[in-house]
Every structure is written in C-alpha cells, then in structure tokens.
Design a protein around this ligand. Structure first.
Ligand code: SF4
Length: 120
C-alpha cells in the first residue's frame, strides 16, 4: 500500500511492466517506460528538465536517477542484452522498491500509475 487518501487505498502499479513493455530509444538506451524516458532524455541533452518536479521529493528520489546515470552505459542495448539490462538491480530492485511509498516514488510513477485498489 502506498498511501491512504480518505476512503481510497492507493498503490502504484507499473503500467508498462504489467504489459511487458519497455522503451528502447533509437540510440539504444533502455527505459522502463516513455514517462521516465522523455524527461531523462531532455535532461541528458542539457535542457533544464526537472526529473522529479517536486523539489521536496528530490532528497528521496534523486538516488534513483543517480544510480541510473552512474550505470547509463550498462542500460544501453548496444552494450548488453535486453535480458541482462532488465535483470539489473536498477530495474528489479531500485525502481520497484521506490513504488512502496509516495515519499520515495518518482513523480511520474505517481502521476501515471497510481491505482485505487478499491476500484478493482
Ligand atoms: S511511470 Fe513508473 S510505474 Fe508508471 S510505467 Fe513508468 S516506471 Fe512504471
């Protein structure tokens, strides 16, 4: 459970993971989805893209992007197989663990993939 809002029980369910999809850019860079790819790609191009949007969340979420950036070459299809990339700690632990709380999740994950468990 990520958070309770009045009578709602909200959780993050990774839409792309559920559908078995990932984003592979023309340069070979692999992302879990387009929602994370787009702001990060602008960031890499040097645009003042805000990766987390909410300043107060930076201290909780910056490590997610730091870890991705530190291993960026390893997440490129030109350097490793897709299977190896998707089995990497960043894809199997770091990102999924961030979905456990609203405080630790990336704002894109909250905005695009929050579901109300009571609606199911
Ligand atoms: S925004 Fe986050 S939770 Fe949603 S599909 Fe992308 S990685 Fe998964």
């Amino acid at each position: 459970m990520i958070f309770v809002d009045q009578r709602k029980i909200l959780m993050i369910e990774c839409e792309w993971k559920k559908e078995g999809r990932v984003q592979i850019n023309p340069d070979g860079q692999v992302y879990p989805c387009c929602y994370l790819c787009n702001p990060h790609y602008r960031f890499l191009l040097g645009f003042k893209s805000n990766l987390t949007h909410k300043e107060h969340k930076d201290e909780h979420t910056q490590h997610i992007w730091d870890e991705y950036n530190d291993n960026k070459e390893k997440f490129n299809i030109n350097n490793r197989s897709l299977e190896e990339i998707l089995n990497d700690k960043w894809f199997t632990e770091t990102l999924p663990k961030s979905w456990e709380s609203e405080d630790t999740a990336l704002v894109q994950c909250i905005e695009h993939c929050t579901v109300d468990k009571k609606d199911e």
